[in-house]
Design a protein around this ligand. Structure first.
Ligand code: GLU
Ligand code: MG
Length: 442
């Protein structure tokens, strides 16, 4: 034998779990072929894993039971990342029982079922896009102003390498932004079918992480990397198509230009939003971010182009040739990257569907500072402060029987049990050290 040892490239079947962490198992890429439904084993108690690598105790699963990861051939991404020895080759997978039925805690199956119910009951399909902010930590670059070209060029060719990798992955990146925070960047992706958008959120996070790792940089998507620093948000944009494929989010004759069905969807989300934050802002430090004047959202608030709103009507661009009806979309802002994208989008769809079922009226639009209003004025506008800690969010979730009813009881038990263990392990000190612990994980 001579020369370099041979590499057997791997394809990894991945799932992104309740902790928002992408995990999986690999087989030789050469032994995988689409359509074969080849699976790998998985363990139920994995879903009780906290971000700190300890399994919640107690948990409903214990040491017994077996599951499979079933790859979705339509969600196969295989592309080179600058500096990696082999391509990143991953397939988004569902967690299934040994007979192939979706497992009760599988977040991706939860999203698929929510989208199927939305389509069956309303004829609507959802387009979505996850917009991510993240920071580079400890890079020791010369300081650069917010949004500045020099902030971007210091990192060059990070932007081009990221855009290139995503393009090769088949994910259309749109805009690369040096953001407001220290060494903070943002990247936006073109809207896609809702399931694909959640898959792409996973892909984006892992691609950024790998690119940075290969350069010896530490990046983080944690909602706060320092208590007084700028937050890293995940803003989830969505719009609708009707059964014929016609854009149906906009109706220029209605308030905010929002169609009646989209307004009911938004009203459904707002009515369950305090409970939803337990899934979309699911770590103790998420609540350092969800504060007034952080442009992150802190009330149940429907706003027309106001970045403090929790649901924001995005602007329609009249420059150029884009069709306004196609670009019109609404953005969910109280989310961050400690959340599983499939679970976050799944609960948004479930809540929106409740709003359509109940034919809820359009929520009032508000712009300004809720703190300057009287309580009675806030009540009239439906402006309710969001939970201010994960403890509160979990209690609010358990008190919202509608939201709990979207899940099997054992799924809620698993989720809340894991999160309460995480809170215990994290401790009470909401300080920079806590932000650093989360920055190391996310
Ligand atoms: N960094 C803000 C957040 O935590 C968002 C700022 C923006 O609107 O881009 O959500
Ligand atoms: Mg931003």
């Amino acid at each position: 034998m001579s020369g370099n040892p041979a590499l057997e490239p791997l394809v990894t079947f991945v799932t992104t779990d309740y902790a928002g962490i992408t995990r999986g198992r690999s087989i030789a890429a050469s032994s995988y072929a689409p359509g074969q439904q080849k699976t790998v084993g998985w363990v139920p108690a994995n879903m009780s894993l906290t971000p700190f690598d300890l399994i919640a105790d107690p948990n409903p699963w214990g040491s017994s039971g077996d599951l499979r990861l079933l790859p979705d051939d339509n969600a196969h991404f295989n592309f080179a990342i600058e500096g990696s020895a082999t391509p990143l080759d991953i397939i988004m997978s569902d967690i299934v029982e040994l007979d192939g039925k979706p497992w009760v805690c599988c977040p991706r199956s939860f999203l698929k079922q929510a989208l199927a119910d939305l389509a069956a009951e309303t004829g609507l399909t959802l387009l979505a896009s996850f917009e991510h902010e993240f920071q580079l930590l400890g890079v020791n670059w010369p300081a650069a102003p917010a949004f500045a070209l020099q902030a971007q060029r210091r990192a060059d060719p990070f932007g081009p390498a990221l855009m290139g990798a995503l393009r090769d992955a088949g994910v259309a990146p749109e805009v690369f932004i040096p953001e407001y925070g220290k060494d903070q960047f943002e990247i936006t992706l073109a809207p896609a079918d809702a399931l694909a958008s959640a898959d792409r959120a996973v892909l984006l996070r892992e691609t950024v992480r790998e690119l940075c790792r290969n350069r010896g940089w530490h990046c983080s998507f944690a909602p706060k990397t320092a208590v007084n620093g700028v937050g890293n948000g995940v803003h989830i944009h969505f719009s609708f198509r009707d059964a014929k494929g016609t854009p149906s989010t906009q109706d220029a004759t209605l308030p905010g230009g929002v169609s009646a069905v989209a307004a009911s969807f938004v009203a459904g989300i707002l009515s369950h939003l305090p409970a939803l934050t337990a899934f979309t802002a699911p770590s103790p430090i998420s609540y350092l971010r969800l504060q007034p004047h952080h442009w992150s959202s802190s009330y149940t608030w429907f706003g027309d182009r106001d970045r403090e709103a929790s649901l924001r009507i995005c602007p329609v661009n009249r420059v150029g040739k884009a069709d306004p009806a196609k670009t019109f979309n609404i953005e969910y802002r109280p989310a961050d990257a400690t959340a599983c994208p499939h679970l976050a989008l799944g609960v948004i769809v479930r809540a929106g569907l409740e709003g359509i079922r109940r034919k809820l009226a359009a929520p009032p639009l508000f712009s300004g500072d809720p703190a300057l209003l009287e309580q009675s004025e806030r009540d009239a506008l439906g402006l309710q402060r969001l939970p201010q800690s994960l403890v509160q969010a979990l209690d609010t979730l358990l008190a919202d029987k509608t939201v709990c009813g979207w899940f099997a009881p054992v799924a809620i038990e698993t989720y809340v049990g894991m999160k309460r263990m995480e809170i215990k392990l994290a401790g009470d000190a909401m300080d920079d050290a806590m932000c650093r612990r989360y920055s190391d994980i996310y």
